[in-house]
Structures are given as structure tokens and as C-alpha cells.
Design a protein around this ligand. Structure first.
Ligand SMILES: Cc1cc2nc3c(=O)[nH]c(=O)nc-3n(C[C@H](O)[C@H](O)[C@H](O)COP(=O)(O)OP(=O)(O)OC[C@H]3O[C@@H](n4cnc5c(N)ncnc54)[C@H](O)[C@@H]3O)c2cc1C
Length: 460
């Protein structure tokens, strides 16, 4: 840590040099600038550098290095562990760098490192082009893609990172580099799931796919039909077209128009099928699901950007999440999953999700750092609630889900969907061989582990 006088002079120079804005404790706007999606996170960085350009990012990284301060990188601020922030260090905040340029002829899109899914999806919509994205529009594309990126279209087009064509990166010494399949292929490989370990991604280029039609079938029913819903959803996904995505879940009835009022706030079970094709085909596919007695249904064609906003949760809630990849979802799993759904704390924003892998996700096996491509399904208990008094009850339920589904777990987890569960779980996210290879790349680009507010890969 630098002496105070040096730090004060350097901070004044940073305020002068940055085209963007700088916030330090006591500045108006500081508290707003350090707020992230998970309301449980209350960290106080020494400096938040809201960068406007690549040059700003270089300046902010060099500022932190000169003063020997830890660096956190903020994209959309959706990491449930609050990895976008640190205490007493520098936050490189990319939110102003959210420009999106679509190249329809090349079927590619280039976006700033702080763009959200909403920025990306809205820009692509007029061209009937899309790339697999996170399931809510406020998630940052940077953290999502670098961590793998599993979305409604992933069984059709792969993980988001499978569609990564190039990254512009500011490394730990403040150098700007490009990583593509041809240029720095090791770094490019590591950026497909290795997260923010290797530098600040100031721009990402992603492959786009034609998406002339998209339809959804969604139904909600009373929890006693849970086992029937989950089993029927499984049959449809496992026997239907490989590109069909979606999830089955337990949730608290949301205050939405499509739900009868008496079910708002009640425990419900439901399923969502997402099909990259016309509504009539999906309606046929969804027939067995819609034959289960239910309280509400929506079957419709829908623009992708609209589907992506459908689950948007308000910020300011408390969050505790986990995830497990599964070998399969046999009947015994269905019973265990439903029993855990019956124990889910209600009414809260908490959800208990099981969703299919396979399809185009499985095709990336062996190529990239995320080593779980053989998993058939995944389970994702995510606690979302308002009252601090509920903290322990909901955390305990999430841990119960992990323990309850252990007989079907592959042993791997999906890092984007977990909080800080320790070094072993980072290893479980990428696998031991990939971890070693990632650690070699880390040694080359960040030997001092400057970028460590992430699912951390320690330099070899
Ligand atoms: C409501 C919600 C819904 C979600 N839905 C999905 C989903 O459907 N599918 C899915 O796969 N994940 C999903 N996620 C998880 C999400 O993908 C991860 O939390 C992701 O890391 C968030 O990225 P961010 O930029 O918003 O977060 P941040 O908290 O800003 O960043 C998360 C991590 O990524 C790093 N990072 C972010 N941007 C950059 C960058 N440009 N360069 C270098 N490092 C960077 C940060 O340093 C940090 O370590 C969801 C999360 C939430 C809260």
C-alpha cells in the first residue's frame, strides 16, 4: 500500500486523466456506484473508476498497480458472490462501455465489455439474429460469456463462450492485446470459461445465428402435480428435437396477469419449453405437458429480446445460489427434486430449477475449459429473498438441495451459477486438467494474480 500523500496525488491525477468518472468514499454517488445485484454485498472500494474507453481501463489498471491496490472488474454486477467489488481496492467499472455493433453480413456482433444482455439482444433483434444469452436482460455479457454462458438457446447454438470469436483484453501490466483462434490461441482458449482471471475484456466479438422464429410454452400448476410435470418435461426434452431448451421449476406464484390472483404468493410447479421455431410445432411438442392439470399457460411466438426480459428480477434482493450438473434425471431424482421443491421457502423470490444440457452444449466437449459437457441435466437452487431474518433458512435450503441431489451429481458445477464456494468448487467447475492449463495461461498473463476477484485460478 502506498503512503497516503502518494495515494492522494495519484487519485487527483486519476480524476484528471480519466474520460469517465471516479468515485471515492465520501463522493456524491459513491454508494450508488458500489451497489450490485445481490443486496447482501456491502463492500467499500477505495476507488471506483467508471471507464469510458480502453485508454481509461489501461489508466485505471496502471493506477492500481502503482499503488499496489487489488483490482476488481465490474461488468453487469450480477456475480452473486459480489466479485465485481472489493474492500479498499480499485474497481474497474465497465458499465459505460456498452456499445454494440452488429455486423449482419458477417453474422457477428462486437460489444463493449460492460454491455448487458439487454443491450446485446435489442441490437440484434432487427436482423433476426441472436446468440445464446443469459436469462435476464440486466446480466453483464462480459462476466456471462467469460464464465461459459448457458441460456435458453444453448441446446441450439452452444454455450455463449462457444460463440466467442475474439476478445480485446487489458492485461495485468496494462497492455492491450487481442485474443482470437489465430492470435494468442492459449489465451483465447482460457477465455472460454476461465472468467475474468486473465485481464479486463474491453470488447468481445460473438458469432450470431439466424433466428427467424422463436416460441415458448409455459405452464404453472399446483405442487401436487410436480412429479408429473418434471417427468413429462423430461420425456419431451429427451425425445424431442435436440434444440429444444427450457426448464422445469418450483417457484412462488408471481403477481402476473396470466396467473389467477389466489395463486399469487403460493407454491407452484411449472415448466417452460423454449423452441427456436414456429409456434405450431412447439404446441404439438408441448401437448403432453399441457395435458397435466394446470392453472395457467402461455403458448406463443415471442421475440428473443422479449423472452430475455421475461424473468428480470428487481435488484435489491438478497441472493444465495448453487448448482450441480447431473448424470440424468431418473424417477428417483424426480421424487427427490420434488420433495426439495415442497420444502422451498415460500413466499420468496426463490426458485428451484432443473434444466437440460446436451444438444449443441455437448458438442463443445474437449475443446474448451468447461469440462462438464457430458452432463445430461443440471439443477440450480437459487435463493432470492428480501428479509435478512430469512438468511439462514434460505441458505440452509440451498445446501439441502445440493446434498439431496448428490446421488445424481456428476461432481461438476457451473461456476456462473454459484457464489464463493471455495477453491475445490472452482476445480469442480473446470476439471483438474483444464485447471492446470488455465493456471499456465494465468502465469503468462497475470503472474501476480492481480485479477483475483473471480472464481480464481492461481498462477501455476
Ligand atoms: C438474475 C441473474 C440471472 C442470471 N442468469 C444467468 C443465465 O441464464 N445463464 C448464465 O450462464 N448465467 C446467469 N447468471 C450468472 C451470470 O452469468 C454471472 O454471475 C456472471 O458472472 C455475471 O456477469 P456480470 O458482468 O453481470 O457480473 P459482475 O459481477 O460484474 O462480474 C462477474 C465476474 O466476471 C468478471 N467480469 C465481468 N465483466 C468482465 C469483463 N468485461 N472483463 C473481465 N472480467 C469481467 C468480474 O470481474 C467478476 O469476477 C445470472 C445471474 C443473475 C444475477
Amino acid at each position: 500500500m502506498a503512503p497516503l500523500s502518494k495515494a492522494g496525488t495519484a487519485l487527483a491525477a486519476l480524476r484528471e486523466d480519466l474520460a469517465g468518472e471516479v468515485f471515492a468514499p465520501g463522493d456524491p454517488g459513491y454508494d450508488e456506484a458500489r451497489r450490485v445485484f445481490n443486496a447482501m454485498i456491502d463492500r467499500r472500494p477505495a476507488v471506483i473508476a467508471q471507464c469510458d474507453s480502453v485508454a481509461d481501463v489501461v489508466t485505471a489498471v496502471r493506477f492500481a498497480r502503482d499503488l499496489d491496490l487489488p483490482v476488481a472488474v465490474r461488468g453487469g454486477g450480477h456475480s452473486v458472490a459480489g466479485m465485481a467489488l472489493n474492500d479498499g481496492g480499485v474497481v474497474v467499472d465497465l458499465r459505460r462501455m456498452n456499445e454494440v455493433t452488429v455486423h449482419p453480413a458477417a453474422k457477428a456482433v462486437r460489444l463493449g465489455g460492460g454491455a448487458t444482455m439487454g443491450h446485446l439482444d435489442r441490437a440484434c433483434l432487427p436482423y433476426d439474429l441472436a446468440t445464446p444469452g443469459g436469462r435476464v436482460s440486466t446480466t453483464g455479457v462480459g462476466g456471462f460469456v467469460l464464465g461459459g454462458g448457458d441460456g435458453w438457446l444453448s441446446r441450439a447454438f452452444g454455450l455463449a463462450s462457444d460463440n466467442l470469436l475474439g476478445v480485446e483484453l487489458v492485461t495485468a501490466d496494462g497492455t492491450v492485446v487481442e485474443a482470437t483462434a489465430e492470435e494468442r490461441p492459449d489465451l483465447f482458449w482460457a477465455l472460454h470459461g476461465g472468467g475474468g482471471n486473465f485481464g479486463v475484456a474491453t470488447a468481445l466479438t460473438l458469432r450470431l445465428h439466424d433466428l427467424p422464429a422463436l416460441s415458448i410454452a409455459m405452464m404453472f400448476c399446483l405442487p401436487e402435480y410436480g412429479p408429473q410435470v418434471i417427468a413429462t418435461f423430461r420425456e419431451i426434452v429427451e425425445s424431442g428435437p435436440a434444440e429444444t431448451g427450457g426448464a422445469a421449476l418450483y417457484l412462488t406464484g408471481p403477481p402476473e396477469e396470466f396467473l389467477p390472483e389466489h395463486l399469487v404468493g403460493q407454491r407452484l410447479c411449472g415448466a417452460l419449453l423454449v423452441y427456436p421455431g414456429p409456434e405450431d410445432r412447439l404446441r404439438k411438442l408441448a401437448e403432453p405437458l399441457l395435458a397435466v392439470p394446470h392453472e395457467a399457460e402461455i403458448v406463443t411466438a415471442i421475440p428473443y429480446a422479449e423472452l430475455q426480459c421475461m424473468l428480470d428480477d428487481p435488484p435489491g434482493m438478497r441472493n444465495y445460489w448453487s448448482a450441480e450438473y447431473l448424470t440424468g434425471v431418473p424417477d428417483a431424482f424426480v421424487d427427490a427434486f420434488c420433495a426439495l421443491g415442497e420444502a422451498m421457502p415460500v413466499p420468496t423470490g426463490t426458485q428451484h430449477l432443473v434444466w437440460p444440457q446436451g444438444g449443441a452444449i455437448a458438442e463443445g466437449a474437449g475443446d474448451w475449459p468447461l469440462g462438464h459437457r457430458d452432463a445430461a441435466w443440471a439443477v440450480h437452487p437459487f435463493g432470492i429473498w428480501e428479509e435478512p431474518a430469512e438468511d439462514e433458512r434460505i441458505r440452509e435450503w440451498v445446501r439441502d438441495v445440493r446434498a439431496g441431489v448428490a446421488p445424481w451429481s456428476t461432481g461438476a458445477t457451473y461456476l456462473n451459477f454459484i457464489g464463493d464456494e471455495g477453491a475445490e468448487r472452482v476445480m469442480a467447475g473446470v476439471g483438474a486438467d483444464n485447471y492446470r492449463r488455465l493456471a499456465e495461461v494465468k502465469r503468462e498473463y497475470d503472474p501476480e494474480n492481480v485479477f483475483r476477484f473471480n472464481h480464481n485460478i492461481r498462477p501455476l
